[in-house]
Design a protein around this ligand. Structure first.
Ligand code: BGC
Length: 331
C-alpha cells in the first residue's frame, strides 16, 4: 500500500513536470528562433532635432529606406521639441550603448565636439546631417550648403522685387549653425543691392506659432517692413499667419525654406512668393549609405552637399511640383 501511494504521488508529480518541460521547451524554442543571431548587420542611430517635425520625418524616411536595403537597424530618436541639452544627452547615451554609427544634426557647441571625440575614441563613427560642425571630429557632413542656400534666398529677393525693401528675417534658432549660415549668406547676397535693407532678425524656435508671433511683433515694431525671409521649415507658414493677424496695408514679400505641403500650398495661393528647396529624404538615404562605406573601410569625403534651388508659383500646379527645381551646377 505504501509503495502504491508513493508511485501515485510520483505520477502526480511527474505529469505536471513533463508538461512543464514540454511546453517550456516549445516556448524557449520559439524565443530561440526570434533571438537566434542578430538579424541586422549594423545598428545606426539618427538623432533628430525634433522627433515629430515633418522635415525630420523626411530625413528619417530616406534613412530608413536605405537601412532596409542594406540590412541595417536604424533607430530614430531625439527630443519631442527642440532641446540642445537633451540632444547632447542622447548623443552621450548612444555612445554608451556602443552603436555602430551615429548620424546627428551638428551642434555649434564645445560639448558636442567633446562627445564626437569620445565616440571616435571608442571607434564609433559620427556623421553630421542637415547642419555641420566642421571643427568636430565628425567623419562627414551630408546636407545643404547652408551659406549658399541663404545666398540664393537673397538673390531671389533681389530678382523678384523692385524698389526699396525693408526685410526682416525669422530664423529657427540663434544657436543653430545652419540658421546662422543661411542668414550670413542672405546678408552677403543683399549687400549687392543698395535698395535692400535688413531691419531686424527674430527667432521662431522652429515652430509655426513662434514664427507667427515673431512676425506679428516685428510688424508692430517696424510698420515699414516690406519683406520677410523665414530660414527654417515652418517659418514661412508662420510668417503668413502673423501677417494675416496683423493685416498690414500691403502684403509683404515672403520667401521661405523647404517644400513641406503647407508651404507649397501657400505659394500656390500667392501667400508665399518663393522657397528655398532642400532634399531631406536624400540626406537621410545618403547618410546611411556613407556610414556603411565607412564600415567597409571605403574612403568617404568629409563634405557631401545635397542640391538646393528655388521654387516659385510657376513650378507648382494643383499642389504638385511640376518643373525641375534642382539647381545642379553650383558656384
Ligand atoms: C532646417 C532644420 C530644422 C527644420 C525645422 C529646416 O529648414 O534645415 O535644421 O530643424 O527646418 O523645421
Amino acid at each position: 500500500m505504501y509503495y502504491i501511494k508513493k508511485i501515485l504521488l510520483l505520477i502526480v508529480f511527474l505529469i505536471p513536470l513533463s508538461l512543464m518541460l514540454y511546453f517550456g521547451k516549445e516556448t524557449f524554442y520559439i524565443e530561440d528562433q526570434l533571438t537566434a543571431g542578430d538579424p541586422y548587420d549594423y545598428h545606426f542611430v539618427l538623432i533628430t532635432e525634433e522627433v515629430g517635425n515633418d522635415y525630420w520625418r523626411l530625413i528619417e524616411q530616406g534613412a530608413k529606406e536605405a537601412a532596409a536595403e542594406h540590412n541595417i537597424y536604424l533607430e530614430y530618436i531625439g527630443p519631442k521639441v527642440t532641446d540642445n541639452d537633451e540632444r547632447l544627452a542622447t548623443l552621450d547615451r548612444m555612445i554608451a550603448a556602443d552603436v555602430d554609427g551615429i548620424i546627428t544634426k551638428g551642434m555649434n557647441d564645445e560639448i558636442f565636439s567633446q562627445l564626437v571625440q569620445k565616440a571616435s575614441n571608442r571607434g564609433i563613427p559620427v556623421a553630421t546631417i542637415d547642419t555641420d560642425n566642421e571643427k568636430s571630429d565628425r567623419q562627414f557632413y551630408i546636407g545643404t550648403d547652408n551659406y549658399h542656400a541663404g545666398f540664393l534666398a537673397g538673390q531671389t529677393l533681389i530678382e523678384q522685387t523692385t524698389g526699396e525693401q525693408k526685410v526682416a528675417v525669422i530664423i529657427g534658432l540663434a544657436t543653430a549653425q545652419n540658421q546662422l549660415e543661411r542668414l550670413n549668406g542672405f546678408q552677403e547676397a543683399i549687400a549687392a543691392s543698395n535698395r535692400i535693407e535688413l531691419v531686424d532678425v527674430a527667432e521662431s524656435n522652429i515652430t509655426e506659432l513662434g514664427a507667427a508671433q515673431a512676425t506679428y511683433e516685428l510688424l508692430k515694431v517696424h510698420s515699414d517692413i516690406t519683406a520677410f525671409l523665414g530660414t527654417s521649415a515652418l517659418d514661412g507658414i508662420g510668417i503668413v499667419q502673423g501677417i494675416g493677424e496683423r493685416e498690414p496695408d500691403e502684403r509683404p514679400y515672403v520667401i521661405a525654406f523647404d517644400i513641406l505641403p503647407e508651404t507649397v500650398e501657400a505659394i500656390e495661393k500667392g501667400n508665399i512668393d518663393a522657397t528655398v528647396v532642400q532634399y531631406p529624404e536624400e540626406m537621410g538615404k545618403r547618410s546611411v549609405e556613407l556610414m556603411l562605406k565607412i564600415h567597409k573601410n571605403q574612403t568617404v569625403n568629409p563634405i557631401h552637399y545635397t542640391d538646393t534651388g528655388i521654387v516659385k508659383a510657376s513650378h507648382i500646379h494643383n499642389g504638385e511640383l511640376i518643373a525641375p527645381i534642382k539647381e545642379g551646377e553650383r558656384p
